[in-house]
Design a protein around this ligand. Structure first.
Ligand SMILES: CCCCCCC[C@@H](O)CC(=O)SCCNC(=O)CCNC(=O)[C@H](O)C(C)(C)COP(=O)(O)OP(=O)(O)OC[C@H]1O[C@@H](n2cnc3c(N)ncnc32)[C@H](O)[C@@H]1OP(=O)(O)O
Length: 297
């Protein structure tokens, strides 16, 4: 299998229409473990519709709506799908997501980048998430690191390679303003895949081993959703509607059952963040940059 640059750039994606309800919104949050700390009532408006504060959708729910599925597995892509991992996710929020709506996701591939033989290739796709009434909710950029596809530009008589996305700033060396800890349930990946990413890497031990991991790893977007929850609980003081953008790099795999600690820095409306696995002491999500609607006290 070899990536065909032009075929990939031109790959058509049918618009994905989705009608989701407040039950889906609560299930999304529950799949990330929201609510497993019953003593923190600020979590309840994300998972329970009966509070005085109305139910809210976590902003990263946009990453599972209008999602085109695990299309990299289709033979026409030429991608060695077993070896791919999610590299980065960048989300720009135009309007807070309703807790239920009819939406449509429109996906296109914007960049294909050769990192060199033995290193990998990067595929960047962009999805516009819109309401069926034309409201723009979010623009999502997904960076896929295709570990098995490096050196494609030398194949097929020579192929182009696009410029990389602008680099994300690393987090500061100073102490973070906030930390927030999530206990990741052992079955978290089996639950999260039901949000629409059925990549067997997250469920099947044999596929995980073929990809070079001891066991199935957690979806990058599950870690991303947990970190978004941490941002909402800290810098947004529980108000999910304040988040305006959230960009981050997946720097190392996370395994279900581990403990995730998110660290957050704030300067005015700009946030920086990263997340570590406590048991192994390693950074798993880095280069986190976000913005919020107004500086919080
Ligand atoms: C297409 C269909 C869509 C499908 C979407 C995804 C579907 C999901 O089901 C899949 C998942 O959720 S996988 C789980 C989440 N992701 C991960 O666990 C990946 C963790 N990260 C890694 O393993 C390494 O960082 C790794 C392997 C990514 C890179 O490590 P190294 O090879 O050691 O990289 P390094 O030598 O440090 O750098 C080489 C060049 O690559 C750039 N880079 C590094 N990490 C990156 C990352 N995470 N994302 C994007 N680019 C990255 C570096 O900047 C460097 O670039 P340059 O040579 O230009 O300086």
């Amino acid at each position: 299998m070899t990536i065909n640059y032009q075929q990939l750039k031109d790959r058509p994606f049918a618009p994905v229409h989705q009608d989701y309800s407040q039950r889906d919104t609560m299930l999304y949050a529950l799949s990330l473990g929201v609510g497993n700390d019953p003593l923190d009532a600020r979590n309840l408006p994300l998972v329970y519709e009966g509070m005085a504060q109305p139910l809210q959708a976590l902003p990263t729910m946009s990453s599972v709506l209008g999602y085109p599925g695990f299309w990299a597995k289709e033979a026409d892509t030429g991608i060695d799908w077993v070896k791919l991992v999610h590299g980065e996710q960048r989300t720009t929020i135009h309007q807070p997501l309703p807790v239920g709506a009819k939406v449509v996701g429109k996906t296109r591939i914007t960049r294909v980048i050769d990192k060199g033989a033995g290193k990998g290739a990067i595929v960047v796709s962009e999805r516009s998430l819109e309401g069926e009434d034309g409201t723009r909710y979010a623009t999502l950029e997904q960076v896929t690191f295709c570990r098995g596809d490096g050196g494609y530009s030398e194949a097929l008589g020579g192929q182009p390679s696009d410029a990389s996305l602008p680099a994300l700033a690393p987090t500061p060396d100073t102490a973070p303003r906030w930390t927030y800890t999530h206990t990741i349930r052992p079955e978290a990946a089996l639950l999260y895949r039901l949000m629409g990413d059925y990549n067997p890497l997250h469920a099947d031990p044999q596929v995980a081993q073929a990809a070079g991991f001891d066991k199935p790893i957690l979806h990058g977007l599950a870690t991303y959703g947990m970190v978004c929850h941490a941002l909402v609980m800290t810098a947004c003081n529980g108000d999910a509607s304040l988040l305006r953008s959230m960009h981050a790099r997946f720097s190392s795999p996370v395994f279900p059952g581990e403990t995730l600690r998110t660290e957050v820095w704030q300067e005015g409306d700009a946030l920086q963040f990263r997340a570590l696995v406590v048991e192994r002491g390693i950074v798993v999500l880095s280069h986190g940059n976000a913005s919020i609607a107004a500086a919080q006290p």
